[in-house]
Design a protein around this ligand. Structure first.
Ligand SMILES: Cc1cc2nc3c(=O)[nH]c(=O)nc-3n(C[C@H](O)[C@H](O)[C@H](O)COP(=O)(O)OP(=O)(O)OC[C@H]3O[C@@H](n4cnc5c(N)ncnc54)[C@H](O)[C@@H]3O)c2cc1C
Length: 338
């Protein structure tokens, strides 16, 4: 049940804590729905403490269905529509999945486990991505998937929140007890005081720069250990990601570096001459089942556990939270009410 002070006010003021991708979407949809919203972020606007800063930014519900529960696909598909509606400049160029002949069985398995793709032969691959001309005999093309650049889209979402009348306070980490109205806790991994079962899953990434390769969409290369990918970014840059390791330090190992760079080199040898711009790691906030959770306790709502799908799931989770606050709607698959 909603807290009684909400009923008196009708639309309570909303304090969203944490301006990563989860909090940004919550603040945006509540501000657009006419609520008085303040988004608090302990970091400055560079947001380097956020896991979101380190992400690939792929919006890939079909590719991810290979390793994810149906819930992730359901919310992911809804999120694609919300990205299109609220951030219409989001690129939807699709994703391409390739494999080397030795990983042929992984390729066929991926094709079986996923839907929403077209099988492309060598010539079609070259037409879609001329830089890959002749390099892959076959590929799977997922035409409706998108990708965003996290370090550009976060400030863009923050600007949209302000345009919708919301306020953003950087360098602000308010005590829960000092919040008047409804609190939406989107602190990611920092919320372990509230969720002892939350853990960090390390993802290592490398950004390189080369003007010898041009890509228009994320390329996933099937690999026996990790689903590795190369995502084109602005200024001839490419993010190569990402490992998935059950550790909570943010160091990057030599082994991971070798594997990430080898994967890129295997996609195109010109990556061998690319300049390394950054090597880094982020910790994905995950519950034991690797599924997202909206935990409701009177006027405190927590949205967490976005794991490897924060950019994919944040819009749909924000819509569900808004549906609960505005109309009392409960989604039993995602919400836990105290
Ligand atoms: C290498 C890598 C690649 C990834 N690739 C993808 C991808 O391609 N697609 C995808 O969908 N997902 C991807 N992810 C997953 C995605 O990054 C996460 O799911 C997502 O960033 C989690 O977002 P969040 O908002 O919950 O947490 P965060 O981004 O960590 O945001 C939490 C924010 O809360 C702030 N905060 C904490 N405590 C307080 C406080 N007390 N007061 C105020 N502010 C506070 C923090 O400073 C932080 O800014 C990737 C992750 C990694 C590491």
């Amino acid at each position: 049940m909603l807290h009684k002070t909400w009923d008196r006010r009708g639309t309570p003021p909303i304090a969203v804590i944490g301006a990563g991708i989860a909090g940004a979407w919550q603040a945006l949809l509540f501000a657009k729905a006419g609520h008085e919203v303040t988004l608090h972020e302990r970091d400055n606007d560079a947001m380097t403490q956020a896991t979101s800063h380190w992400a690939g930014g792929m919006l890939a519900p079909w590719c991810e269905s290979e390793v994810s529960e149906p819930l992730v696909t359901r919310l992911g598909l809804r999120s694609l529509a919300l990205w299109r509606e609220h951030a219409p400049d989001t690129p939807f160029n699709g994703s391409l999945v390739v494999a080397h002949p030795r990983d042929r069985s992984d390729f066929e398995r991926f094709a079986r486990m996923t839907s929403g793709h077209q099988r492309l032969q060598r010539d079609d691959v070259s037409k879609l991505e001329p830089s890959l001309d002749g390099r892959f005999r076959e590929a799977l093309f997922f035409p409706d998937e998108g990708h965003v650049e996290p370090r550009r889209v976060l400030p863009e979402l923050h600007a949209r929140i302000r345009a919708a009348g919301g306020r953003i306070e950087f360098g602000s980490a308010p005590e829960t007890t000092h919040i008047d109205g409804l609190e939406i806790d989107c602190r990611g991994l920092a919320a372990r005081d509230a969720f002892p079962d939350l853990r960090g899953v390390k993802g290592e990434e490398i950004i390189v720069e080369t003007d010898e390769i041009v890509l228009s969409r994320p390329i996933r290369i099937l690999h026996p250990r990790w689903p590795l990918y190369i995502i084109p970014r602005e200024r001839n840059r490419f993010m190569i990601g990402a490992t998935s390791i059950e550790r909570e330090d943010d160091g990057v190992s030599v082994r991971s570096t070798l594997e990430l760079l080898s994967a890129a080199y295997a996609v195109h040898p010109a990556f061998g001459e690319a300049r390394i711009v950054e090597i880094g790691a982020g910790l994905r906030p995950a519950f034991p089942d690797n599924l997202p959770r909206i935990a409701i306790d009177k006027d405190h709502i927590a949205v967490n556990g976005l794991y490897r799908h924060g950019f994919l799931l944040a819009p749909a989770l924000a819509e569900l939270t808004l549906g609960y606050v505005a109309r009392g709607e409960i989604d039993n698959e995602v919400m836990q009410c105290k």
